[in-house]
Design a binder for this molecule. Structure first.
Ligand code: HEC
Ligand code: HEC
Ligand code: HEC
Ligand code: HEC
Ligand code: HEC
Ligand code: HEC
Length: 185
């Protein structure tokens, strides 16, 4: 066998074997899905390929088109019906999208600032999620959609809406006093 034949064979070998071996390493690990409503959701290829096997067609293009622009924006209601992440995250193959304790697996939380006449209020997810699960506030008390803050007055809060659902002197300190605990004045 001469040298040029060897080189040819080597290239054939590369063509056949590389895609499956190397592709899984060369793809972007984290894909960020820009959800306007909640803030970005990160999806990790590596974690998924590890549990599911390095099998791209499991998701492409049956569940997700490989070109992000070709995927419509799905709602959580679509997912509960088995679309998008919900094809597996249904409580059988993987943790369920509708489990209110599981939202933060996919949706990172952040500090929320309310600007108003009483002075800025910081709502800390971190402090509250130490004691409450997502579903105790979302969506009954607060719709978890960015920029959809319904302006609520202190009078409404005193009657039990918004923060007042808990800050009533029972479950937590009351909104009728303690102004400076919430408001930076
Ligand atoms: C568990 C499901 C799943 C598997 C398996 C999977 N992907 Fe993906 N892939 C996704 C999701 C989700 C997206 C993001 C789609 C979106 O943004 O709409 C994505 C996006 C992509 C993109 C586009 C990235 C970008 O930012 O343009 C490429 C390329 C890609 N995947 C390649 C692969 C390859 C190659 C494999 C196999 C080694 C693979 N994927 C396996 C779920 C998967
Ligand atoms: C397995 C991951 C996953 C879990 C768990 C999950 N979500 Fe989502 N969610 C997503 C992704 C991804 C999007 C963006 C989808 C898109 O744009 O196609 C999204 C979008 C949303 C949206 C905007 C679309 C809509 O339905 O109005 C809301 C609100 C939301 N999620 C709330 C929640 C809440 C509340 C929970 C817990 C009960 C939850 N999500 C659990 C992945 C998840
Ligand atoms: C083909 C099936 C499948 C699809 C589609 C899928 N997942 Fe998963 N996912 C799994 C399995 C299996 C696990 C591991 C088992 C578990 O944690 O319940 C997992 C675990 C996870 C985890 C925990 C591990 C980690 O990476 O931190 C997150 C977060 C996650 N998935 C997010 C998503 C999001 C967001 C989507 C949609 C964009 C999605 N998954 C779509 C099957 C899938
Ligand atoms: C004690 C109540 C409470 C709990 C518990 C809670 N949240 Fe929130 N959340 C809020 C408030 C208040 C807002 C701001 C509401 C508004 O904008 O009107 C908010 C807003 C959000 C938003 C909107 C996006 C943004 O950053 O502006 C997302 C996403 C969200 N929460 C996710 C979660 C997840 C995931 C959990 C569980 C890990 C959780 N929340 C638990 C009260 C809560
Ligand atoms: C589901 C019930 C619940 C809701 C809704 C809720 N809180 Fe709380 N919050 C608590 C509890 C319980 C504590 C801790 C007990 C206490 O200090 O009385 C707390 C503590 C706090 C603290 C003190 C935290 C610290 O740093 O020590 C602040 C500030 C606060 N909440 C602000 C808010 C604001 C602002 C809202 C509305 C946007 C809100 N909370 C909605 C239950 C709630
Ligand atoms: C549990 C936290 C909390 C406490 C305690 C609290 N506030 Fe507020 N307050 C808020 C939040 C959050 C908003 C903004 C609500 C919105 O935009 O939806 C607000 C809004 C306001 C506003 C503008 C809306 C309106 O009602 O005119 C004023 C003024 C105000 N607060 C004054 C006070 C005073 C005075 C006290 C003490 C008697 C107080 N607040 C106690 C959280 C609190």
């Amino acid at each position: 066998m001469n040298l040029s034949k060897l080189i040819l064979l080597f290239h054939l070998f590369l063509l056949v074997s590389l895609p499956s071996v190397v592709m899984a390493r060369w793809i972007e690990d984290t894909v960020v899905m820009p959800s306007e409503a909640t803030g970005p959701v990160a999806f990790s290829h590596y974690t998924h390929l590890e549990v599911l096997g390095k099998n791209c067609p499991t998701c492409h293009n049956a569940i997700f088109n490989i070109e992000p622009t070709k995927n419509p924006a799905f709602t959580m209601a679509d997912m509960e019906k088995g679309k998008s992440c919900g094809a597996c995250h249904n409580g059988t193959k993987a943790f369920a999208v509708k489990d209110s304790k599981g939202c933060s697996n996919c949706h990172p939380t952040r500090d929320i600032f309310f600007e108003n006449d009483g002075g800025t209020v910081l709502f800390s997810h971190k402090v509250h999620t130490a004691a409450f699960s997502c579903g105790e506030c979302h969506p009954a008390i607060f719709i978890p959609i960015q920029g959809k803050k319904a302006a609520v007055t202190m009078t409404q809060m005193e009657k039990g809406t918004s923060c007042g659902a808990c800050h009533d002197g029972g479950a937590a300190f009351t909104v009728k006093e303690n102004c400076e605990v919430c408001h930076q004045m």
